[in-house]
Design a protein around this ligand. Structure first.
Ligand SMILES: C[S@@+](CC[C@H](N)C(=O)[O-])C[C@H]1O[C@@H](n2cnc3c(N)ncnc32)[C@H](O)[C@@H]1O
Length: 229
């Protein structure tokens, strides 16, 4: 029988850190070839938004570092990922291209960021939130390390809340899980629920990006705390 997933994320279906880590270690040698072009336009939109803010940027799930050469000189970027094999590619890219604004790269779980509160002007995560076992925990971490006034810039697949697309996405889920992907668990209602429960986070923008209209650029801002009179 086909699995039916709940929209509230209470079904994790064995999507654990080890499965994801193994999947991306396997993807590393061919990742840029397979996913370089197809996600290119989305990444470009996210980078434009990030460069317009500048400052200290944390890119979570930096992968092979495919976006690193696109960051403007007014940014200082720290990249993290759970897969060592993906990060080796990123290191290689930084070295080969002499990317001076890349502060560092480190193996780190998005659900447990090893940075103090309010450390970054921008937290960027491109095609990562749906790969993390407990995305709300990761979003909480992004908000924690973001300084007040800073922005969380996410590129994510947003699954359907209902209808034929949801039906298909649910049936695809068990097939794509071993590859480190999720198709069915991330309806917009889940992002909205997270935001409603997160203190001081406002939605700046949600915009569809290619391919297929299934992906969105999402920007959340951490509200600035008013200075005491
Ligand atoms: C679809 S790839 C996206 C890579 C890159 N951001 C891009 O734009 O192509 C997802 C990345 O998230 C990483 N990832 C998955 N779960 C993670 C976690 N819990 N913490 C940190 N990185 C994670 C994977 O290793 C992989 O590099």
């Amino acid at each position: 029988m086909a699995e039916t997933l709940k929209l509230d994320g209470t079904d994790q279906l064995d999507f654990d850190r080890e499965t994801v880590e193994r999947a991306y270690d396997r993807w590393a040698p061919i990742y840029d070839l397979v996913f370089g072009g197809v996600f290119g336009k989305g990444r470009q939109a996210a980078i434009v938004a990030t460069n317009s803010l500048g400052g200290r940027v944390l890119e979570v799930g930096v992968g092979t570092g495919i976006s690193l050469p696109q960051y403007a000189a007014n940014t200082r970027v720290f990249g993290t990922d759970i897969s060592e094999a993906m990060l080796r590619k990123a290191h290689q890219r930084v070295k080969e291209l002499g990317l001076k604004n890349v502060e560092g790269l480190a193996v780190m779980d998005a659900e447990k960021l090893e940075f103090p509160d309010n450390s970054f002007d921008v937290v960027m995560a491109q095609y990562v939130v749906t790969a993390v076992p407990n995305p709300e925990v990761a979003l909480d971490e992004f908000a924690r390390v973001l300084r007040p006034g800073g922005e969380m810039i996410l590129l994510s697949r947003v699954s359907a809340d209902a209808g034929v697309r949801r039906f298909i996405e649910q049936r695809l889920q068990p097939v794509v899980r071993p590859l480190g992907f999720r198709t069915a668990e991330f309806a917009w209602s889940r992002f909205a629920k997270w935001q409603a429960g997160a203190a001081g986070i406002e939605l700046v923008e949600r915009r569809l990006v290619p391919p297929l209209g299934h992906f969105s650029l999402i920007r959340f801002r951490k509200v600035e705390i008013a200075a005491a009179a």
